[in-house]
Design a protein around this ligand. Structure first.
Ligand SMILES: [Cu+2]
Length: 168
């Protein structure tokens, strides 16, 4: 093998990974988006943080059942808690979280689920997931928001599905 052939060989050895690596990244994005269900929270509207108490749906924060097994959780984040801090739903429930902040930037992360949102005052964050496994899911703020940040947590309690109504 002469000098020129060796040069080509090295060039190919760099070209192949430089094509393969972006393809691998693209495949990883497609898998996480469609198979694992991880997505960027979409723009779900704006709201004036000063008038949350009189603006629907944030005037009545809480859990609403839209249909059997289908819920909407309207939540406000503020220094240093969530309203409501605790939710209880039966296993198998599909929940859409609609969250905004009253004051500063917070986070809303539900452990072991894809729910992971930045909560920006003035913006509404919305994400949906299904809770199949009964248990307690820890909820926490993951954007440093001040002195009580480490206390800013909540809980989602997923109770075993009622066997009587599900018919299984
Ligand atoms: Cu925080």
């Amino acid at each position: 093998m002469n000098q020129k052939q060796l040069g080509y060989l090295f060039e190919i050895a760099w070209i192949l990974p430089s094509v393969a690596v972006p393809i691998a990244f693209l495949v990883a994005i497609v898998i996480t988006a469609f198979a694992v269900g991880i997505s960027v929270p979409g723009e779900a509207g704006r709201v004036d943080p000063k008038t949350l108490n009189t603006t629907a749906p944030f005037d009545k924060p809480g859990l609403r059942e839209l249909a059997p097994g289908r819920y909407e959780a309207v939540i406000t984040a503020q220094l240093f808690n969530f309203t409501p801090g605790e939710l209880e739903i039966p296993a198998g429930s599909k929940v859409t979280f609609i969250v905004t902040s009253r004051d500063v930037i917070h986070g809303y992360k539900v452990e072991n689920t894809p729910i992971n949102m930045m909560i920006v005052p003035g913006q509404i964050s919305r994400m949906t997931t299904t809770f199949d496994q009964p248990g307690e899911y820890y909820v926490y703020c993951h954007e440093y928001c001040g002195g009580g940040h480490h206390l800013m947590a909540g809980k989602i309690i997923v109770t075993p599905a009622q066997s009587a109504s599900s018919g299984r």
